[in-house]
Design a protein around this ligand. Structure first.
Ligand SMILES: NC(=O)c1ccc[n+]([C@@H]2O[C@H](COP(=O)([O-])OP(=O)(O)OC[C@H]3O[C@@H](n4cnc5c(N)ncnc54)[C@H](O)[C@@H]3O)[C@@H](O)[C@H]2O)c1
Length: 260
């Protein structure tokens, strides 16, 4: 049985109610976890407000700013969690970003700046997040991390462009984190979600078409939901997955196993 009673964890990546991270927060709260939520930068301030609303729904005891491009902000958030909780059991990293222009133009036209930004926010960020989380997890005798990825890491998906290499780097980073942190009883896995309509995915050109193709060609002949991703995330974070680390788990209705 998956039970998070007495477990504390932080979820990065709630932008609004459609966010995968929001579904994960609802799921982990329902399973008994005590949650911290972080919000990323947003010139209009909507994310903080949305995260505070989600925080009220899931009784989050910590709401913290965390722009993952700032080592200082990442470190400060984990220091705040250390002060409040004195330890940590899990981290959910559900953060990605690419310049819309780089998602729209041909891959050969990807800007150097755009590449750096997409790889920085979507892949490198897992490193300072792990660096911040590990000392807290050690106080609890170990822990578990999950990050969200996409099949564009291993297949050339139309219009996914610069996010493909970013997710490939993220999945490779998960393996290196798993290798380094395994001896300390800290697990790190990636969850490869099928296409889901969210704020981020709306930035991908012809996303509606991607969603349609994914639904038609998945073994289950349908798209997956945020809730299905959230339940698998809870599994990976839980003791039920205590022997699983360094993996990429596909939660895509079996899209990835189909030849066409
Ligand atoms: N929606 C899909 O089809 C799909 C499929 C597979 C994987 N994913 C992945 O799931 C994760 C969550 O995406 P989503 O679809 O829920 O979209 P979303 O827009 O709801 O979430 C993306 C989050 O990234 C955060 N973010 C962006 N830049 C940041 C920064 N500098 N610092 C901190 N946070 C920052 C945003 O605030 C937002 O909360 C992403 O990694 C995405 O690539 C999504």
């Amino acid at each position: 049985m998956i039970d998070f009673t007495g477990k504390r964890g932080v979820i990065l990546g709630v932008a609004n109610q459609r966010s995968i991270a929001a579904a994960v927060a609802l799921q982990l709260h329902a399973l008994g976890a005590e949650l911290a939520l972080t919000y990323g930068p947003d010139p209009k301030g909507r994310f903080e407000q949305n995260v505070r609303e989600m925080g009220a729904t899931v009784n989050a005891t910590q709401i913290l700013p965390m722009d993952v491009t700032s080592d200082e902000q990442v470190a400060a958030a984990f220091q705040a969690l250390d002060k409040a909780w004195g330890g940590l059991d899990f981290v959910v990293h559900s953060v990605a970003f690419a310049d819309r222009a780089d998602l729209e133009r041909p891959f050969t036209q990807t800007a150097r700046e755009g590449w750096h930004m997409a790889l920085d926010i979507s892949a490198y960020s897992m490193v300072p997040v792990a660096r911040g989380a590990v000392p807290l997890m050690l106080k609890h005798g170990g822990g578990s991390m999950v990050t969200m990825t996409f099949i564009g890491a291993v297949l050339a998906v139309p219009n996914y462009n610069v996010m493909g290499p970013a997710k490939a780097a993220l999945e490779a980073s998960v393996r290196y984190l798993a290798r380094e942190l395994g001896p300390q009883n800290i697990r790190c896995n990636a969850l490869s979600a099928g296409a889901i309509r969210t704020l981020s995915s709306s930035g991908i050109k012809k996303f509606g078409e991607m969603l349609k193709v994914a639904g038609e060609h998945a073994a289950l002949e349908r798209n997956v939901t945020q809730d299905e991703v959230a339940r698998a995330t809870a599994f990976l974070l839980s003791d039920a997955a205590s022997g699983i680390t360094g993996q990429t788990l596909y939660v895509d209705g079996g899209f990835n196993i189909m030849a066409n």
